[in-house]
Design a protein around this ligand. Sequence first.
Ligand code: ATP
Ligand code: MG
Length: 490
Amino acid sequence: MEQLPNFLNQRAFLTPNRLALVFDNQRWSFMEMYRTVETLAQKIATLGIQAKDSVAILLTNRPHTVFIIHALQQLGVSAVFLNHRLTAKEMVFQLKDSGTRLLISEDAFKEKMNGIKGLFHELPMTTIVEIDHLETKKVPLVNEFVLDEVCSIMYTSGTTGNPKGVLQSYGNHWWSAVGSALNLGLTEKDGWLCAVPLFHISGLSILMRSVIYGMPVYLYEEFNEKTINQVLQAGEVTIMSVVSTMLIRMIDDLGDKRYHSNFRCMLLGGGPAPKPLLDACLEKNIPVFQSYGMTETSSQIVTLAPEDSIVKLGSAGKPLFPSQLKIMNNQMQLLPNQPGEIVVKGPNVTKGYLNRDEANKKNFKDGWFYTGDIGYVDEDGYLFVMDRRSDLIISGGENIYPAEIEEVLLSHSSVKEAGVVGIEHTQWGQVPYAFVVVSELVDEANLINYCKDKLAKFKIPHHIYIVNELPRNASNKLLRRKLHELMPKG
Ligand code: ATP
Ligand code: MG
């Protein structure tokens, strides 16, 4: 089994004085971080936690979370990352499913902890303050990371069904970081801003890159576009990870100002990127790297560089160097421009889901992972992601991708949010219905007319309902499978 030196340990040895973490006005070098982490690991060890145990964390985006994550790695423990927007019941499912031995949380989540206690009273719990008060125990810390071993267990967002526990190994994180650096490049000036949650792979992958690259993380507890825009104008941060809702708010706030010339990469992922947003970034000279990835690929697996973004507008790019991709339908590899399931392979891709034999059998074949997303590659090998297979609408034999209709609706000046779903229809099998949240009064006929200019007839929603909000999951992703519940009764 392949091994590498313990990442943080090696980093603190190689470049002890380099900046590791910045939060508010506090700064830690890699050596300072290592010492803090070492003490924490020795305290957690007094709770009877051993290598290969699963320990869950329910924590905010603050420095102590970074230290706890590294401390668990020093003990060889698999960390289970809880999204704090989940209900206590949803968390208990993940805690039981992952065989968690201990939950580490903090006072900010007292209510959630009480909720969990009520449903799962046998589970030992502690807080970061309690851990801080513990004595230390001299235990051997991990010298080497075995690339095959599970570093983190992270549940998928639950957009298409119940969340599944993804096993992310040290090797997955290592190759994800290497693949990203081979594509984006790396300089000693780099600093990565993290205002995405640490419990998502978007956040955790920044921490892993930080120790592997020797690069500082600028950590933010909350996303505030004004603060972040100021930071990006100052010149210390060179890379930032965003989802499109964050970038939209940043652009609105930025006005005529521009980011510092040191800022070289806005890594955009997590979902589709609306074209008007990409146009606005182009106009403001923001170097957007569109990307495609998922919990199962330990962050981006396909990325588009800005120099391609004009000619390949809307594409998610090409695979990272260690990864491959193909488009499949009925066990046949499709030709360019033919839409089918996106299938990926690479050392950053998970070995599988925890306790999900059926999903593992269905999604992993011959070393390839079937993503459940539909897309195509063009003649030059650029990927265009269309939608999720489970949300595809088939109407009179024609395939309709809800995302395409949503994008048209979103380009209407009064539409803030849009969701499209297939509804049973006697003649056509299914027809698209839309649900929108609007910023000003607009009637259904106006919206339908707007679509008529831009969409083929069979794609025009049969009804467009104006609603107060759309159903979303704890990651703020649209739950199309729940849209039909918004239909007026009768
Ligand atoms: P679940 O698997 O539980 O249904 P989820 O797939 O939403 O939840 P994540 O792993 O957080 O969980 O999200 C990954 C998914 O996000 C991808 O499979 C894809 O559907 C979508 N996605 C990511 N990047 C893009 C992109 N560039 N364009 C379109 N969709 C994207
Ligand atoms: Mg998924």
